[in-house]
Design a protein around this ligand. Sequence first.
Ligand code: CA
Length: 226
Amino acid sequence: MGCKVLIVEDEAAISMPLRDRLESEGYEVGVAGDGLQGFAKASTGEWDLLILDLMLPGRDGLEVCRDLRGKGITTPVLMLTARDQTVDKVLGLKIGADDYLTKPFEMIELLARVEALLRRRPGQTPNATLYPIGDYVLDIRKQLLRKGGETTELSTQEFKLLKYLCEHKGEVLDRDELLDAVWGYDEVPYTRTVDVHIAWLRQKLGDSKSQKLIITIRGRGYKLEG
Ligand code: CA
């Protein structure tokens, strides 16, 4: 039985393809077309995830989310926002949304965020197929890095290294741990190998002085953000 996802979205042009895609990925999907219906359906607490549009007739996404939290419903919420709606409106008001995505979005990015939210649930470790990294998505099945419609090839070691970083996002990982996890004890004796591969990954992720997804923690190792 797949995870149950409720889409609360008034635009059928968005909710229908979304439902089809999620169903094809094995999710069980429900759809509500306005805030009132959405709130009623979500209140049952039977869902594993809510995809909640911000601008809805009846009751907007902020109200729906806040009132659900008020009722003690803790289902993770992925909020859909339009380009001109600022992030702090969604997350800063502490209304209880767990993540947000700005429209228009790439389907692969939405799927990655859905998976990431489902992985966060206590006691849940579904097999990951997609990891969001900033604007990128690491596609585990295809061993590719995606951004929008574009893909970037990764070498086997780059892929293993980035996957390990994704699995331990936000944690500081030292070079020995990375060597061990990606190359194994016997294969490569130099911690410098890790640095070289990190540099290549940074290039592929477009890391620069102003935007860094892989952070160097001086004297300790590396950490993936985003
Ligand atoms: Ca809407």
